[in-house]
Design a protein around this ligand. Structure first.
Ligand code: GLY
Length: 378
């Protein structure tokens, strides 16, 4: 049996895992990251909305603060990645418009706006006329909307490529395999690879997204309660410049939808939310609903090329907030359960885990998200 040493082993090379690995390596730690198939991760399907304000209704106030904190970090995070690697991240500080489809939606948007204002969040209600002037490609006659000028987008595929490249430059070692966690009593000592190679490390970071609860070697009682929540997105393409200036979202007859315009004429449309275990096959009904509603929202999308159907698994946690920090096993650190916010929360999660490993302290803002909140007392 061969043994190699690292300071940190990261299980999962998706957006969170690759960012954690890079940030730890930047602090001078020897990092190995394991993933049998990084492209199956949720980042590959994710649209990349950075949208704490327009997703406010999904968030508790502690999660909203964390989301806002991470959003604030994004410009410097993306700029640093591009400076180090020469690669783009697709960050567009374009703002987001939530549209109302009917009068009931408009009333709901007004409530959301009032709630946001009570929390000090920016947002501007738009009349139907103002909405049409702002986004003329949307279907005419919409009754109004809400402009969240601070909600942006990034391209998760570009972001991931830049994170992996930054990790390589910082000497992160990437291994294309799954690992089985090795314990000594209630302390982690490393990970065993399928070929028997033993990697030893004082810190193992669980960042395996929807698969975090299935990692081998963990006692049943210490597995994170992460469940897969399937999401489907479509990539549509129209020739010429983007017809939308903002990310657009809304719900059409009760079915949520969002459309993200990329600069190359791609429109990312999403997303379903399906609790069907680890099945990643695309479902015809979800594709139909996304195409129907995207075309209702922006009629020209009916002429677009359907370039891709993508399905991914969001890591849902029992309270749909992430699990970040030390676990019941000494040395085993969670960075998982980000559910709908994995891309948004990538910068703050990576910084927090790197802080924890290098200083022994988790930053204050993370106190509400430690894994011990899920522990059932005996
Ligand atoms: N954050 C968008 C989604 O999960 O669909």
């Amino acid at each position: 049996m061969r043994t190699t040493n690292a300071d940190v082993i990261v299980l999962g090379n998706g957006a969170i895992g690759s960012a954690v690995a890079w940030r730890c390596a930047q602090r001078g730690l020897a990092v190995t990251v394991l993933d049998p198939d990084p492209a199956r991760g949720a980042w590959h399907t994710a649209a990349g909305m950075l949208a704490p304000v327009t997703e406010l209704h999904y968030a508790e106030s502690a999660l909203l603060r964390l989301n806002l904190d991470s959003l604030t970090r994004y410009p410097a995070f993306a700029a640093e990645l591009t400076e180090l690697t020469g690669l783009p991240t697709g960050l567009q500080e374009c703002g987001t418009v939530s549209i109302a489809w009917d009068g009931a939606d408009l009333a709901a948007l007004r409530d959301l706006h009032a709630f946001g204002r009570s929390l000090g969040l920016p947002g501007e209600l738009l009349t139907g006329r103002e909405l049409h002037a702002l986004e003329p490609a949307l279907t005419p006659g919409l009754p109004g909307g809400l402009l969240a000028a601070g909600d942006h987008q990034v391209d998760p595929r570009l972001l991931h490529a830049a994170l992996v490249a930054a990790g390589e430059r910082a000497r992160v070692r990437a291994v294309a395999a799954a690992g089985s966690v090795v314990l000594s009593g209630d302390r982690v000592t490393g990970v065993r690879l399928p070929d028997g190679t033993q990697l030893s490390a004082a810190h193992v970071v669980l960042a395996a997204g929807a698969w975090s609860g299935t990692v081998d070697g963990l006692p049943e009682s210490t597995r994170p309660g992460v469940r897969p929540v399937k999401g489907q997105t479509l990539r549509l393409r129209l020739p010429g410049p983007p017809r939308l200036a903002h990310v657009v979202r809304g719900s059409i007859k009760g079915v949520p939808i969002y459309v993200l315009p990329r600069t190359d004429g791609t429109y990312v449309v999403g997303a379903s939310a399906e609790e069907v275990g680890f099945d990643q096959s695309p479902r015809a009904g979800a594709v139909y609903e996304l195409l129907r509603d995207a075309q209702s929202l922006m009629p020209e999308l009916g002429e677009a090329v359907l370039a891709e159907i993508s399905t991914g698994l969001r890591p849902g946690s029992p309270d749909n907030a992430p699990s970040i920090g030390p676990s019941a096993i000494t040395g085993l650190i969670h960075a998982t359960g980000h559910y709908r916010n994995g891309i948004l929360l990538t910068p703050v999660t990576a910084d927090a885990v790197a802080d924890l490993i290098s200083t022994g302290q988790l930053p204050d803002g993370l106190a509400a998200f430690t894994p011990d909140r899920f522990r059932v007392s005996a």
